[in-house]
Ligand binder design. Structure first.
Ligand SMILES: NC(=O)c1ccc[n+]([C@@H]2O[C@H](COP(=O)([O-])OP(=O)(O)OC[C@H]3O[C@@H](n4cnc5c(N)ncnc54)[C@H](OP(=O)(O)O)[C@@H]3O)[C@@H](O)[C@H]2O)c1
Length: 341
């Protein structure tokens, strides 16, 4: 067996939006697995906003990707050869394989890359990167554990039609809340109401967000699940209720800034309303992913929960496809199809 593995390696730390010259496309021959190793053919890669942060120098909740290293990314794949008793050729697996066509995983790295088997009877490979994967876990635990919504409360979600936002809106509805989305464009807003069961979705690119919130949240906002930060966070802060909970999940509007991150100038609304704003990192619930996967897969089987992915074909399309996240060019969880089975 002689296989060639192509990889996207980080060539330079981007300033602003990543450019083609920030990447190096390299290739090498795949080695045969040694004792304990597992060789995985990567089928699909998860393209996530967090990848932009991992390209920056400096400490975050995990170390940055080094210059010259294969870019970090989650994915799903199929074991093609295994010298590890826990995995067999033909197994479908998920893990942080990196932006490459094959991943040779050492026993020491199996936990580090989070290698786990996936059951395709519960969901398709791309659903394992979305509702049953990291974004689904983020929306489920972020809303239920940090947002702590109660039935009847109003939950507002930005990035409402995106990967995390889909789960937040649908879980909020299943738990008996009023769910109001914020998304860019009519098509995404219509989808959020029709397929994700939001009560309403405000197109922040058209008209006034403040007016939209007044109209659709007449009793104010009890939980705000923030995926975008910036001006949208600032505006929602003007509408929060007493004891509101604001979940800081992400701030995608700020990730490509070349100037300092814009913090919320309306933060004194937290004081006036005795409200709470709390950050979250999904990996803190890793031990409990099974609970969320059980619930979400059950809801999917019952036809109460949609998982929408935007699948782009072709490994070479990686650099421009990643950038779609920052212009709203993705419609659903962004997935790169690297290979077919
Ligand atoms: N804390 C954690 O553990 C964790 C885990 C996963 C993800 N996250 C965060 O969750 C957020 C959503 O991630 P995702 O994977 O679900 O991505 P996504 O929502 O599927 O895709 C990103 C979306 O962000 C919106 N967006 C881009 N630029 C924007 C801007 N300037 N202002 C407002 N909206 C903008 C676009 O939607 P529109 O077209 O609707 O504008 C775009 O489609 C990100 O901030 C990410 O970093 C955090």
């Amino acid at each position: 067996m002689s296989l060639t593995n192509r990889q996207y390696r980080l060539a330079a730390r981007p300033v602003g939006m990543p450019k083609p010259s920030d990447w190096n496309l390299t290739s090498e021959t795949v080695a045969e697995p040694a004792d304990g190793q597992v060789l995985i053919k990567v089928l699909q890669l998860s393209l996530d906003p967090a990848m932009r942060g991992w390209m920056n120098e400096g400490k975050s909740y995990i170390p940055p990707v080094g210059i010259g290293e294969v870019m970090r990314a989650g994915g799903v794949g199929k074991v093609v050869a295994s010298k590890n008793p826990k995995f067999a050729a033909g197994d479908h697996v998920a893990g942080y394989f990196g932006v490459q066509e094959y991943c040779l995983a050492d026993p020491a790295r199996l936990t580090q890359i989070g290698l786990s088997k996936i059951d395709l009877r519960m969901g398709t490979p791309s659903q394992w990167l979305n509702a049953l994967g990291m974004p689904g876990m983020t929306g489920y635990f972020g809303l239920l554990e940090v947002g702590q919504p109660k039935a009847g409360e109003t939950v507002v979600v930005s990035g409402a039609a995106g990967a995390v936002g889909q789960t937040v809106g649908q879980v909020a509805k299943i738990k008996g809340c009023r769910a109001i989305g914020i998304a860019g464009g009519r098509e995404k807003c219509d989808f959020a109401v029709r397929e994700l069961h939001y009560d309403a979705c405000i197109d922040y690119k058209m008209g006034s967000l403040k007016e939209g919130l007044k109209e659709h949240c007449p009793k104010g906002v009890d939980v705000y699940f923030d995926n975008v930060g910036g001006d949208i966070l600032d505006t929602v802060l003007t509408r929060i209720n007493r004891k509101a909970r604001i979940v800081i999940c992400g701030a995608i509007s700020q990730y490509n800034n070349t100037t300092p991150v814009k913090g919320p100038s309306n933060y004194l609304s937290l004081l006036v309303n005795r409200a709470r704003m709390e950050g979250m990192v999904v990996f803190d619930w890793a031990e409990r992913y099974g609970e969320a996967i059980r619930d979400i897969s059950e809801w999917m089987r019952e036809g109460r929960f949609a998982s929408k992915e935007d699948i782009v074909e072709g490994f070479e399309a990686f650099p421009e496809t990643l950038n779609k996240l920052f212009s709203g060019g993705n419609f659903g969880k962004l997935v790169l199809q690297v290979a077919k089975e």
